[in-house]
Design a protein around this ligand. Structure first.
Ligand code: DAT
Length: 174
């Protein structure tokens, strides 16, 4: 039996833009495997130190990369993380940077329980399009795409567009 080749997709962007929501639904619809890097790190204790300012553990990026390498080589992975510059560039066939309007993002993060500096810094991260710039530096510009992620219509459109892209990629590569 010949195994179909499937693409690896990176979903990135500021916390709260909707990566998890999109990634899980996309996985349901396409059969690709969804991986949340934050969860993976928690399960495997892939941390290296503690960030006093933000009161959170610091990701051990090298161990995360080692942990995922084999699965990434098999393909068919949807990776969700709010950073993107430490993954090997060769892992991903396409990179989506989700974007949310400031007020909308503020409200989402506030209802997630973010307050003070953590809330402000994350909203600023979105205003300064920090993750988009990080993605444009780390990957070929032509594979980096911004997706609006403000309302359920955006979510549906994104799901349809990415599903179609996956289908086309599989036709072209098998
Ligand atoms: P992330 O994984 O980027 O941190 P999330 O998927 O957990 O984000 O979503 C954060 C919150 O926003 C959550 O309550 C679901 C909501 N949300 C996500 N995408 C949305 C969309 N397109 N329209 C409306 N709400 C959305």
């Amino acid at each position: 039996m010949r195994i179909m080749k499937r693409p690896n997709i990176l979903l990135t962007g500021t916390p709260g833009v909707g990566k998890t929501t999109l990634g899980k639904e996309l996985s349901q619809r396409t059969g690709l495997t969804y991986i949340n890097i934050g969860e993976l790190a928690k399960e495997g204790q892939l941390f290296d130190g503690f960030d006093e300012e933000y009161q959170c553990p610091i990701l051990d990026e090298d161990r995360v990369v080692d942990e995922l390498e084999d699965q990434m080589m098999d393909g068919g992975m949807i990776v969700d993380y709010h950073g993107c510059d430490f993954f090997p560039e060769r892992w991903f066939h396409i990179v989506f940077v989700l974007r949310t309007d400031n007020t909308n993002l503020y409200n989402r993060l506030e209802s997630r329980g973010y307050t003070g500096k953590k809330l402000q810094d994350n909203v600023q991260c979105e205003i300064f399009q920090t993750i988009y710039e990080e993605a444009m530096e780390a990957y070929k510009e032509e594979i980096v795409h911004q997706l609006p992620s403000n309302d359920p219509d955006d979510l549906e459109r994104n799901l349809e567009q990415i599903s179609q892209w996956i289908e086309q990629w599989m036709k072209d590569n098998n």
